[in-house]
Design a binder for this molecule. Structure first.
Ligand SMILES: Nc1nc2c(c(=O)[nH]1)N[C@H]1C(S)=C(S)[C@@H](COP(=O)(O)OP(=O)(O)OC[C@H]3O[C@@H](n4cnc5c(=O)[nH]c(N)nc54)[C@H](O)[C@@H]3O)O[C@H]1N2
Ligand SMILES: Nc1nc2c(c(=O)[nH]1)N[C@H]1C(S)=C(S)[C@@H](COP(=O)(O)OP(=O)(O)OC[C@H]3O[C@@H](n4cnc5c(=O)[nH]c(N)nc54)[C@H](O)[C@@H]3O)O[C@H]1N2
Ligand SMILES: [Mo]
Length: 761
């Protein structure tokens, strides 16, 4: 068996139906405490939880959900079950010391499950796997930096190295990392965004002028209509539910568009109020159970109905003042709608026209409209176009650039947006390039670098030979697991800067390094002073975060210190780029950020203010910094994915007990799944059609371009999911996602629409 995946062994699945009334509430509170207090002593656990998302405390590492105003923060708890689990995972008292690596070979550890890896605890020492070695061995930091420098210097070109970033790194670490990579001479900086909200960034950048959402938490609470597409906030952004509840209390309506009826959007019990704990409410006023990958059809259907109504009652539906003053491309967009029939669009998305009309009516009657979305919209071939249709809808109603209205892509990793602001990007932004040259005295490379998918291909073809990752779990997060494993294995050196063990440590280059670093919760002391770090949330607010707990080992380095040491080793610390000087006090890094990153002026002062500071966001205030200065309507072609009769369309999801590739446990409580992850959710009709029995064990394969990719041992779970659609958990199903299958324009792997066959064993 390949060690590139968690073993395919089955567990004893328990499946309960009717979970909707068991969401959040007491169970969530109990689950939070269980995770924290079984991982660490009570005092450590209490300090961690009490400091979470409080001013002067720790910014939660679980997701990028914004914090309320300081004055509105709950005095006792500003966290959720998912945050508590993330804290338990990072601040655990368990450790993986060097003895552990003597005891288990790389092969043996690779045979273990992802859950086992997360349970082993925090990494404590730099570890080295020599060429042909069977076990990682302890190495000094000095030797580790020498080794990386040696391998980098031996390359024929800087473009033969690849530098990945996950989204947990602080702004300070991200800033130093991009500076290091650019001083080295490449833009090969793939990041987790490439697999996450890249499609949002591209679509919003083109149509509205910046690749970020336009709304704030306050807007959400004051919206009249919130449409939530392709997102499961109950699990992945639970604090969003509190904001939705507030919006609802003020009379706002909530509509969910999702192939699954996700608990949280229904049956929500606020765990932070007594009233909320006792009585569950359905947050969603309307739930459209759409077929996978057909959101564009639904959007077009809505646009068509709104246009019909506008023709009947001219001037009453569309906001022509806004359209004339602020936008372009209206005529083309409207006339293109004639190419589609409402009936066919309704068939394509699997939602009755009567329901679509009902939603259209809600849109007609309200002006303050916010559309939220996450991975259900971004990880398809047509994602960029779909998000542009979302923009079309908002523009027609003038619902953008006004309080309570606009776009809300809900970000994933807690600092994924900040990493981009700091310059982690495989493209070089002109403005940053000039500033780097002005302040650091070297000319950064201009040539576009490699994104995630391109990096994997380059490694596979031998064109990239050194791989370094600042966080993350590249092997398991990326598509086409076996292909990616081959890619990593063909490198000369792979370097993982990590807090915890993961599968990317066992699928490695000829030589491999694990560099253990401080996490968000750890106290970071430099020059005898505790250091602040900063992050940016989903709504573009920059705030401080300060670790409060004793680090698991004195041999850990902070991420900024690791990068600075490497920079110093490679280039020396000069007057212009004083690598070691920058990490003596992170205020120095922030001073450089202030001078070189637009919108971060006076960062040291402003970030210490109560709520931190807001990055510039012109669309939020009604101006659109596109090349023409106008917001753009776009024409997007709708082509349904062709799925043959013996095939199904698969989406890959997160369970309630995981953070991306980190597996906290085997339950997905809100979906009624207990003690198993190897499940495939399927409609009763499909189970009958293919002749399966409930809970029968099957294999799943994709046959893209004639190449068979397979995963074994999945239990068929009857579930309320549209016919023709199935769902499995990520990362177990990543081997099925072909490396060539990507979103147009954004190059994001199509993790939410994989054509597969489910096969009897
Ligand atoms: N606890 C926890 N929190 C997390 C994470 C985690 O793993 N665990 N991950 C973080 C990260 S990095 C991210 S990006 C976010 C992810 O947050 P989500 O995007 O909520 O995560 P997914 O599980 O991928 O869920 C996608 C949702 O989209 C729906 N969906 C799938 N395909 C379609 C489609 O074609 N159309 C529509 N309308 N819906 C569709 C699915 O049914 C599901 O509800 O969460 C962040 N927060
Ligand atoms: N099939 C499928 N694939 C997907 C997705 C999907 O929905 N379906 N979602 C995609 C998305 S949205 C994302 S964002 C990616 C996630 O991709 P990644 O960000 O690469 O993956 P994570 O699982 O979040 O990374 C976990 C590892 O990060 C390390 N880590 C944790 N905290 C820190 C820290 O503070 N510093 C450092 N240096 N390391 C740390 C730990 O060692 C841990 O093992 O996966 C993508 N892949
Ligand atoms: Mo993400």
């Amino acid at each position: 068996m390949s060690i590139a995946q968690s073993p395919a062994e089955l567990r004893d699945l328990k499946h309960e139906t009717n979970m909707s009334d068991k969401a959040v509430g007491v169970a969530a509170v109990l689950s939070s405490f269980k995770h924290v207090f079984t991982s660490m002593p009570p005092l450590r656990g209490s300090v961690a939880l009490l400091k979470l998302n409080q001013k002067g405390g720790i910014d939660c590492p679980s997701c990028a959900w914004p914090d309320p105003d300081v004055k509105d923060r709950s005095a006792i708890a500003e966290y959720c079950e998912s945050g508590a689990k993330a804290i338990a995972e990072e601040a655990t008292s368990r450790k993986v010391g060097s003895v552990h690596f003597q005891r288990y070979s790389v092969e043996e550890m690779g045979q273990q499950t992802d859950f086992w890896m997360s349970q082993q605890g925090r990494l404590t020492h730099p570890m080295f796997l020599k060429e042909g070695g069977t076990h990682y061995e302890k190495i000094s930091w000095e030797d580790a930096f020498n080794l990386i420098a040696e391998e980098l210097n031996a390359l024929n070109s800087p473009d033969e190295a690849v530098f990945y970033t996950s989204g947990r790194s602080s702004n300070e670490a991200a800033y130093l990392y991009q500076l290091f990579v650019r001083q080295f001479g490449t833009n090969n900086m793939p990041d987790c965004s490439n697999m996450c909200h890249e499609s949002s960034g591209v679509a919003l950048g083109e149509t509205l002028g910046i690749g970020k959402g336009s709304t704030t938490l306050n807007d959400l609470e004051n919206a009249e209509l919130i449409i939530i597409m392709g997102q499961n906030p109950g699990t992945n952004a639970p604090r969003m539910l509190t904001a939705l509840e507030k919006a609802k209390e003020k009379g706002g309506k909530i509509v969910a568009i999702n192939p699954l009826v996700e608990t949280g959007l229904t049956g929500y019990k606020n765990p932070q109020t007594v009233k909320g704990m006792l009585k569950g409410i359905d947050l969603a006023d309307m739930y459209l159970q759409i077929r996978i990958n057909s959101d564009m059809a639904l959007m077009k259907a809505l646009l068509k109905i709104l246009w019909e109504e506008e023709l009947k009652r001219p001037g009453s539906i569309f906001d022509f003042d806004f359209i004339q003053l602020k936008t372009q491309g209206y005529d083309e967009m409207i006339s293109d709608l004639d190419n589609y029939s409402l009936e066919q669009l309704s068939v394509d998305c699997g939602v009755e026209t009567s329901q679509i009309r009902e939603l259209a009516k809600m849109i007609e009657e309200r002006k303050k409209i916010i559309i939220c979305w996450a991975m259900g919209l971004t990880q398809h071939k047509n994602s960029v176009s779909t998000i542009k249709e979302v923009v079309n809808l908002l523009l027609l109603r003038g619902s953008i650039g006004k309080p309570g209205a606009g776009t809300f892509p809900v970000r994933g990793h807690s600092n994924v947006q900040g990493d981009r602001t700091m310059g982690i990007f495989h493209k070089m932004k002109g403005n940053l390039a000039e500033k780097i040259e002005e302040y650091f005295g070297f000319e950064p490379p201009k040539k576009e670098g490699l994104d995630v998918v391109e990096s994997i291909k380059a490694m596979h073809q031998g064109k990239a030979k050194v791989f370094m990752a600042l966080g993350g779990n590249f092997l398991s997060a990326t598509p086409d697991t076996e292909y990616t494993a081959e890619a990593l294995r063909s490198c000369n050196l792979t370097v993982q800067v990590s807090t915890k063990l993961n599968r990317s440590h066992f699928i490695h280059g000829r030589k491999a390094l694990i560099l253990p670093c401080l996490g968000r919760t750890d106290r970071d002391i430099q020059s005898k002073k505790s250091q602040l770090l900063t992050t940016e949330n989903s709504t573009g607010m920059v705030q401080t975060t300060e670790g409060k707990l004793n680090p698991p080992s004195k041999d850990l380095m902070s991420e900024p210190a690791i990068i600075a040491n490497l920079g110093h080793k490679m280039f020396g610390s000069t007057a212009k780029v004083n690598w070691m000087g920058m990490v003596e006090d992170y205020d120095v890094i922030r001073d450089f950020i202030s001078k070189t990153v637009k919108g971060c002026e006076e960062m040291n002062t402003r970030v210490r203010e109560d709520n931190g500071f807001e990055l510039p966001n012109k669309p939020r205030y009604g101006t659109f910094p596109t090349d023409t200065g106008k917001a753009k309507f776009t024409v997007n072609k709708w082509n349904p994915i062709q799925v043959k009769d013996d095939e199904l369309l698969m989406m890959t999801l997160r369970s309630h007990d995981q953070f991306n590739t980190t597996i906290y446990g085997f339950d997905d409580r809100y979906r009624g799944i207990f003690n198993e992850r190897r499940v495939v959710f399927m409609n009763d009709k499909d189970i009958a059609k293919f002749g399966f029995k409930n809970y029968e064990v099957v294999d799943i394969s994709s046959y893209y371009d004639g190449k068979k990719r397979s995963i074994q041992n999945f239990k068929v779970v009857p579930y309320n999911i549209p016919v023709g659609c199935i769902a499995t958990y990520y990362p177990e199903s990543n081997p099925l996602i072909p490396i060539e299958c990507v979103a147009e324009e954004s190059n994001t792997p199509t993790s939410k629409s994989v054509i597969v066959k489910v096969e009897k064993q």
